[in-house]
Design a binder for this molecule. Structure first.
Ligand code: E4P
Length: 246
């Protein structure tokens, strides 16, 4: 299972990239607001440059035609951008249109401040854009049926919101487990992102149940790293090393 970071905070992303553990990032308008980030394009392009992997950026329109228009604009920001679309009737329509659309390779990465330093060479960026079309992440998924519909509409990813379901007394992880089983049974290649992750146990459960990705807040990533026995072990090794004059 891959680990994505669920944040728009550039410092958190930098730290996680250095550890070599994350392969993507998910953002949403609330995370942008929390990180104090107003310039959506600039921030998304910086995240793409730092991570060099799939970065979800959400549309804020609610009607299918406007979502598609907005998505096509966002898709030009970087070949790494994945368009996050909420699962509504309009959202599904937008996902199915986007699944058959492609971004213009000539306009890819336009206005990106990091284009000169970016390890992604211009020709590869164009090839990637042509190859993958417009990727979508069906978001705000709270039921297995929503996940199935999003996959059928052609979503590249579906994001069941585990923590928010737990909050209202449901077993959020059931949606991950059921979607994983159904996608295998019917050969659906949509990837499952376990989202709204609240603690490290969620991450372990998501991996055991067959999620392709867990997107975790930075605080959860820190908790996944820490173990009191690791700290104690280091302390003891260092004390013993001192005793032998090391
Ligand atoms: C996923 O893509 C969402 O950004 C995120 O997981 C929402 O989680 P929350 O319930 O912590 O807001």
């Amino acid at each position: 299972m891959e680990i994505y970071l669920d944040t728009a905070n550039i410092e958190e992303i930098r730290k996680a990239v250095k550890m070599g553990v994350i392969s993507g990032v998910t953002t949403n308008p609330s995370l942008m607001m929390r990180a104090g980030q107003g310039d959506y394009r600039r921030v998304t392009q910086e995240i793409c440059y730092l991570v060099q992997g799939p970065i979800s950026a959400e549309v804020v329109s609610t009607r299918a035609a406007e979502m598609v228009r907005e998505a096509k604009k966002i898709a030009q920001w970087s070949p790494y951008v994945v368009i996050k679309v909420p699962v509504t009737a309009d959202g599904l329509e937008a996902i199915s249109i986007l699944a058959q659309s492609e971004a213009d390779p000539d306009k890819i990465c336009q206005g990106c401040k990091w284009v000169d330093e970016c390890p992604l060479d211009r020709d590869i960026a164009c090839d990637l854009t042509l190859m993958q079309g417009i990727s979508t992440n069906a978001t705000l998924v709270f039921s297995t049926n929503q996940a199935v519909l999003a996959a059928r509409a052609g979503a590249s990813y579906v994001s069941p919101f585990v923590g928010r379901l737990d909050d209202i007394g449901h077993e959020g992880m059931d949606v991950v487990a059921e979607a994983a089983e159904i996608f295998i049974n019917y050969g659906l290649d949509t990837q499952i992102i376990a989202a709204s992750i609240r603690h490290p146990l969620h991450v372990t459960q998501a991996a055991l149940l067959g999620a392709d990705i867990a997107t975790v807040p930075y605080g959860v990533l820190e908790k996944m790293i820490r173990h009191p026995l690791t700290d104690l072990g280091i302390e003891r090794f260092l004390a013993d090393w001192k005793k032998v004059g090391g």
